[in-house]
Design a protein around this ligand. Structure first.
Ligand code: WT7
Length: 635
């Protein structure tokens, strides 16, 4: 018998040891006992981090929607699968049962087929947090199409880059979306983006805000009439374990976004197993993750992990501050949420508000509260623990990444004792390693270094879409034979891990990964700008904010700097989205560069963070005089 649900610390250690000593035996038992396979695998695992090539359950056949939907119908057909809470608190919540979900997914799958979508085709999904979003993911999976969800807060340029990179044939969107008091005309953004996407032949449009929109003849189709005419039965496509399930883009430190490719079987097994344990999910529980499905957290822990366990998963269309900062807590009371999973940036925003927003509501249903996306600072941890968990629901600080597919280092609630700001122990099957800069693994406890993983786990991304070489370079070339995460971490005297933050040029703003290079590229598009460099500075709520150093083409540019700042932020909004706007902009005559022409970001980072007395070695600078100018500008 496999240990599908770990209930105490000795059991964790026992199972962990087994998963490391005999990973194949371990993951074979989990897969065999808890999932539905059309054909079993020939080989549990084959891997080579040098190529890199990783295969789990090779030779197996399955469809993930049979695991997430069909197999529950006999025992849980009338159980709520998706509980939809609309933006407007006066609009009724919608309960979609597993029986209903099955029909809706099959209808949608048939519509996709009618539109010519086949196994292996890429489907771009650009939707707000409405049920059609979950349904469209599953409909793709039903017919073996590869979904590529683009967060509906991204700009038209960000959207078109992603559509073209993976050559999507179809886009699923809506007329618009609700965000608090605002409405956003999503379809307009799509129209703009598609001007440069020649491969898209069809746009399916969900009606959500009933706005007047333009429909391009031959290309754009309202979804509802097509669904009405579609059969609610659709045989699942039988897929190979290593076929792609989806592509999800994440920012790198340089270049265009990376389309991380996740494959079916390993992703399913790992997200399901982590979901069960991380949230200690019980059959009657109602689980809520506040992430957007446009991010990996939503893919793994709103959609696939919960549904593979037959859970009730809440999806919320709105924002934390509408109609006021009590909304989350009101939802918890209303739906008697048992497990709640959110981000530090949201927690910090709540902590700034009057406590009455929390105290007005009954949160006694909560059993587990989670955090994800960036390091949670001690203050925010305590606020969360005191006011939401009421010191009785354990906080799980879950460290993972788009690339890892599922939670990697985290306490298991009611199993692992927690310490503020510590992600604590690796999950079953995960073998972390801390490395020094010379490439040596740091053995033993009380060490700090770069965080790697030295053995594959089932849900590791298999490649970057269309660019396997970049996959190898980014993740497998820094340290020999190890997956490098891009994060730093320490291991304390008891073996607990604490993530210390990114060690590359990725800055996490409100939980969103932003690479410095694409933002700099956007700024440089401004006709008056010669060059720019972005660094992170601490921010009370967002965790980090962006500080931009901008060099103008003409020194003493006559235009008002205030206007230039606005124009620069406007360009960033168009290219990337409002999330990447600069908090502060400093205009300079030059950037500190080494003799080889590399920007010394360390100096820029320190000065922006007011740490000017300790700039380190500046002897390799080509233009040391610039340092004084930068400092004067900050003061
Ligand atoms: C990066 C990955 C995991 C889904 C959402 C983010 C940071 C994530 C934590 C945590 C400290 C964290 C890391 C990581 N991060 N969770 N609990 N403690 N840092 O996915 O957008 O791919 O970002 O987020 O720096 O590398 P992502």
């Amino acid at each position: 018998m496999s240990n599908y649900n770990i209930k105490h610390l000795e059991e964790y250690f026992k199972v962990y040891r087994k998963s490391v000593r005999e990973p194949e035996v371990f993951w074979e038992e989990i897969a065999e006992e808890h999932f539905l396979w059309r054909k079993k695998w020939d080989n549990v695992l084959s891997w080579d981090f040098k190529k890199p090539e990783i295969k789990w359950y090779a030779g197996a056949k399955l469809n993930i929607t049979e695991n997430c939907i069909d197999r529950h119908l006999r025992t849980r057909g009338e159980k709520t699968a998706i509980l939809f809470e609309p933006n407007n608190p006066n609009e009724k919540a919608e309960h979609i049962t597993y029986n209903q979900l099955s029909k809706k997914v099959n209808q949608f799958a048939n519509v996709l087929k009618d539109q010519g979508i086949k196994k292996g085709d890429r489907v771009c999904i650009y939707l707000p947090m409405i049920p059609e979003l979950v349904i469209s993911l599953l409909a793709c999976a039903r017919i073996g199409a590869i979904h590529s969800v683009v967060f509906a807060g991204f700009s038209s340029t960000a959207l078109s880059t992603r559509i073209n990179d993976s050559d999507c044939k179809i886009v699923i969107t809506s007329d618009g979306s609700y965000r608090g008091r605002k409405t956003i005309n999503l379809k307009e953004i799509v129209d703009e983006g598609l001007e440069v996407c020649k491969g898209v032949h069809t746009v399916l449009v969900v009606k959500r805000i009933n706005s007047e929109i333009k429909m391009l003849k031959g290309r754009d189709k309202w979804l509802q009439p097509l669904l009405n005419n579609a059969s609610d039965e659709c045989e699942p496509e039988i897929m190979d374990s290593e076929d792609a399930l989806f592509i999800l883009y994440t920012s790198g430190s340089t270049g265009k976004p990376k389309g991380m490719v996740h494959t079916i079987a390993g992703y399913m097994v790992y997200t399901a197993y982590t979901f069960k344990n991380m949230f200690q999910y019980k059959e009657e529980d109602v689980y809520w993750c506040t992430a957007d499905i446009g991010w990996i957290t939503g893919h793994s822990y709103i959609v696939y992990g919960p549904l593979a366990n037959g859970a009730t998963t809440v999806m919320f269309e709105g924002i934390p501050s509408f109609p006021d900062y009590g909304r989350f807590w009101k939802i918890i009371e209303k739906h008697k949420i048992n497990q709640f999973y959110t981000a530090p940036t949201a927690i910090r925003a709540f902590a700034k508000q009057n406590l009455k927003f929390v105290e007005n509501y009954n949160l006694s249903s909560l059993k587990v509260i989670g955090s994800v996306g960036e390091p949670i600072n001690e203050e925010a941890w305590h606020w969360y623990n005191d006011n939401i968990g009421k010191k009785k629901s354990p906080i799980i600080d879950t460290w993972w990444q788009t690339e890892t597919g599922g939670i990697m280092i985290s306490p298991i609630p009611y199993v692992t004792p927690t310490i503020p700001t510590y992600a604590t122990l690796p999950f079953i099957g995960i073998q972390p390693a801390l490395m020094d800069d010379e490439g040596n693994e740091l053995i033993g406890n009380q060490v700090e270094g770069k965080l790697c993983v030295k053995f594959p786990w089932p849900s590791i991304a298999r490649t970057i879409w269309g660019n396997h070489r970049r996959y190898k370079e980014t993740y497998f070339s820094t340290f020999r034979n190890k997956y490098f995460t891009g994060d730093g971490a320490l291991r304390d005297a008891t073996g607990y891990y604490r993530i210390t933050g990114r060690v590359d040029d990725v800055i996490i703003v409100s939980g969103h990964n932003l690479g410095t290079a694409p933002i700099e590229d956007a700024i440089n598009e401004h006709p008056a700008v010669a060059e720019s460099a972005i660094v992170g500075i601490p921010h009370d709520i967002k965790g980090n904010a962006l500080y931009g150093y901008v060099i103008l083409k003409e020194i003493g540019e006559s235009r008002n700097h205030e206007n230039l700042r606005k124009e620069i932020n406007q360009i960033i909004t168009e290219h990337i989205g409002p999330i990447a706007k600069l908090e502060k902009v400093q205009f300079l005559s030059g950037l500190p560069k080494t003799r080889s022409g590399k920007i010394m970001r360390r100096i820029l980072r320190k000065i922006a963070n007011n740490d000017v007395n300790n700039l380190g070695d500046t002897s390799t600078l080509l233009n040391p005089e610039i340092v004084k100018e930068i400092i004067q500008g900050v003061m």
